[in-house]
Design a protein around this ligand. Sequence first.
Ligand code: SF4
Length: 238
Amino acid sequence: MPDQLQKSLSTTLNEVRAWLEDLRALGLHDLQVADLRELQPCPPGIVGLDRGGDSACRQETLEEIRADLSDCQRCPLCNSRTRIIFGAGIASSRIVFVGGAPGKVADTTGEPLAGELFDRILFAMGMERSSVYACEVVMCRPGQRVPHQDEIATCRSFLQRQLAVIAPQIIVAMGEIPTSVLSDQSEDFGKIRGHWFKYQGIDVMPTFDPAYLLLHPHEKREAWNDLKEVLRRMRQED
Ligand code: SF4
């Protein structure tokens, strides 16, 4: 079992044990725990277990979100894609990288944030695709244009649902689209880039889109400063 997954499981078990001991201290000696497999996934927007009774539900899984997408035709981008680019990586990742929309390489390979530069960024951070989670706000390639606001609005709930499942400590928003979606504001990207903000209690670092960096290589130094800040915060939270 990978070290990170083992650590995450161990932390969760310790939290559950402490929670059960608290309940026992309150006099709850006959606790009945529902079999999570028998519960239905919570509706989007409800995170984790409900309070019990008829409305009890559990956190949905990434597989269930993918199944809900199916052969999605909820917006016009279904006409320009080769395939849907769902998130990829490990569900227990402490960090999630979010891109704006798939480019040509992603549309061909099926990998979110596909491209050599993103792989090099991960390598420089001491990470690899298999140790993180990566996804896109809009999951179908829009061709040569940027996605329209209504397309972003239609697809964003699938990003939000993936983030609710993974519950990372840190999100790296790569570019203007993920930054505006996660910050829920239209503040100038140039002002907000490189400054932490919160999404649902999760630290978010907005930085440049790798595709933008390919066209504007002089910004790579600034991007690396943002990512060093991410590494610093991850070390603080160890
Ligand atoms: S971009 Fe999102 S909402 Fe639009 S068709 Fe693709 S998966 Fe569906």
